[in-house]
Design a protein around this ligand. Structure first.
Ligand SMILES: CC(C)(O)[C@@H](O)C(=O)O
Length: 575
């Protein structure tokens, strides 16, 4: 480092000799803060990362990132992923760093950090903060998010009061860490491990366990070795690694947010990855991880049963993933996994006795959208019985559309008797996509009207151009692209239209003739009422530059900035 860059780093603890020694300077991209409680334990873990970096001969420099908390950020944390990405690219390119530890955890922090590391292509390793401990209420496991959707139904049905609702929901969050269910956070951190961007066996370690501290230390040591070996994201994030991750996603019952984020990371590293790959590679893989919302258990159980290596070990031995992909520690996937296998066959089942066969995501197409995803692993027996039990046509069902223009419209009308929803209704949410909301909100999983829940109908089919929480057990049809506000088919659908879903043909259509659809299209406004004006400068920028969910909802102009560290050189000097 030249003297000018060096001198201000002296004023909090380094000596001239240290900074002149040529030792690798490692950034710790800190995502934890009071605003991001799921990642807040990283403030502690970073101390052990620093120890590891120093013991391996490096110099650690910790810096903050733009905060993202899934449950706290309004109008949606979906708006902030690309902002954290953008600012992190600037930080790790602009400051004199040789490598970076990405402190990931809560849903969007993981893809945002990996996307930035991909764009800059500096040696990088992810450290997950870890999931919360299991939640318990009256002897039953209560899982993050999943219990919220259940408690909302119970409140609507009058089975609990508001105090009971709060108690039940709070019981699911007994410690620091991210959602203890197989929500988007556990999914994205498991896939980070599957991609090879974190240490083997690291994703499932609960945040408060001492193993997590140990993992932080080893991650710090590893990044120094990675810098010496010049092992970069482009060496790890290959198409093989992404296809492995897609298969792992099916086996763990991963979130419907995963294709958005993985496709985004792939675009920033320059790997071709599409929803067709998710369908072709993932749909037939069985679900073997018995975690809520698709199953019964929670994060601590997953860790004790062997975590991601136990899942990947089975997939590898069955020839469902490739073992020769390189990972952050310089070893291949196969070498890392070794003989790893399930330590509890109820929590991590075996491939020949899975929880569900063919449990991946399916991609539907039709006149409602060009594509939308549906998570097959959460189709419940109740849903199957109600909608998919017609002997003549077991994979198809029809219903009548009830259309909501955004979640405010849904909340204000869902319990209004005038809505006219019944067990044959299909709830549709539009205006919730990346441009419309903006950011793409987790609002598509909608509970039925309270009156219907009281008659035993706990779920209605839902369709929307927004997302849904990975902790939701609803087999909704989501992430529809193109979204309604840019003229996607959902802009044309009206309450009362008949909708036909065919899972065998993978189609979703409104049964409305083309002439009528043309008439409706001619009436569309450029900016429909359900697209509120931007409230912040970033919302306006995001709307102007972001693509649709199927292609990762990335800042489209950013994709051309690939492997900056190799292709665009060092930044110019500042003084
Ligand atoms: C539960 C949350 C906040 O919605 C998210 O973590 C997810 O799993 O998608």
């Amino acid at each position: 480092m030249t003297a000018l860059y060096l001198e201000r780093y002296l004023n909090y603890g380094f000596s001239i000799d240290e900074l002149q020694s040529g030792r690798p300077i490692i950034g710790i991209a800190q995502t934890g803060s009071d605003l991001t409680p799921c990642n807040r334990h990283h403030l502690e873990l970073a101390k052990r990362v620093r120890d590891g970096i120093r013991d391996a001969g490096g110099i650690a420099i910790e810096f903050p990132t733009h905060p993202i908390q899934e449950t706290g950020k309004r109008p949606t944390a979906g708006l902030d992923r690309n902002l954290q990405y953008l600012s992190l690219v600037e930080a790790i390119h602009g400051y004199p760093l040789d490598g970076v530890v990405l402190t990931v955890g809560c849903d969007k922090t993981t893809p945002a950090c990996l996307m930035a590391a991909a764009t800059v292509n500096l040696p990088a390793i992810a450290l997950s903060v870890g999931p919360m401990l299991n939640g318990w209420f009256k002897g039953e496991r209560t899982g993050s998010g999943t219990i919220v959707w259940k408690a909302r139904e119970m409140l609507a049905a009058g089975e609990i009061d508001y105090k009971g609702f709060l108690e039940l929901v709070a019981s699911s969050a007994p410690s620091t860490g991210w959602c203890n269910t197989m929500g988007t956070a556990t999914t994205m951190n498991s896939l980070t491990e599957a991609l090879g961007m974190s240490l083997p066996g690291s994703a499932a370690i609960p945040a408060p366990y001492r193993d997590r501290q140990e993992c932080a230390y080893r991650t710090g040591m590893q990044i120094v070795e990675m810098v010496h070996a010049d092992r970069k994201p482009s060496d790890i994030l290959t198409r093989t690694a992404f296809l492995n991750a897609i298969r792992v996603n099916s086996a763990i019952g991963g979130s419907t947010n995963a294709p958005i984020h993985l496709n985004a990371i792939a675009r920033h590293i320059g790997v071709e990855l599409t929803l067709e790959d998710w369908e072709a590679q993932g749909a037939d893989v069985p679900l073997i991880v018995n975690l809520q919302p698709a199953g019964s258990y929670l994060a601590e159980d997953f860790y004790r049963a062997g975590g991601v290596p136990a899942v990947m070990g089975q997939l590898l031995r069955a020839g469902l993933i490739e073992g020769d992909a390189l990972t952050a520690n310089g070893q291949t996937v196969a070498a890392n996994i070794g003989e790893a296998d399930t330590q509890d066959i109820d929590v991590i089942r075996t491939l020949d006795a899975p929880l569900k066969p063919a449990a991946g995501l399916t991609v539907l197409r039709g006149n409602l959208f060009d594509n939308a995803v549906m998570k097959l692993s959460v189709i419940s027996p109740e849903f199957r019985e109600r909608y998919l039990s017609n002997a003549a046509d077991p994979d198809a069902f029809e219903g009548v559309a009830v259309v909501f223009d955004g979640p405010e419209d849904y909340h204000s009308r869902i319990d209004d008797p005038a809505l006219g929803a019944d067990a044959n209704s299909i709830l549709i949410m539009r205006g919730a996509g990346p441009i419309g909301y903006p950011g793409g909100a987790e609002v598509v999983n909608m509970r039925p009207p309270a009156a219907l829940i009281q008659t035993g109908v706990h779920a209605l089919p839902c369709i929307g151009d927004g997302r849904q929480s990975g902790t939701s057990g609803s087999p909704s049809i989501l992430n529809a692209a193109p979204e309604a506000v840019i003229g996607g088919g959902l802009a044309l659908v009206r309450t009362g239209d008949r909708i036909r879903i065919d899972l065998a043909k993978r189609t979703a259509n409104m049964l409305v003739d083309d002439a009528e659809l043309d008439r409706r299209r001619a009436e569309l406004k450029a900016e429909p009422e359900y697209m509120p004006p931007a409230q912040t400068p970033w919302q306006e920028i995001h709307r102007a530059l972001t693509g649709q969910f199927d292609s990762g909802a990335v800042l489209e102009m950013a994709v051309k900035y690939q492997r900056i560290a190799q292709t665009r050189g060092l930044p110019r000097d500042s003084h």
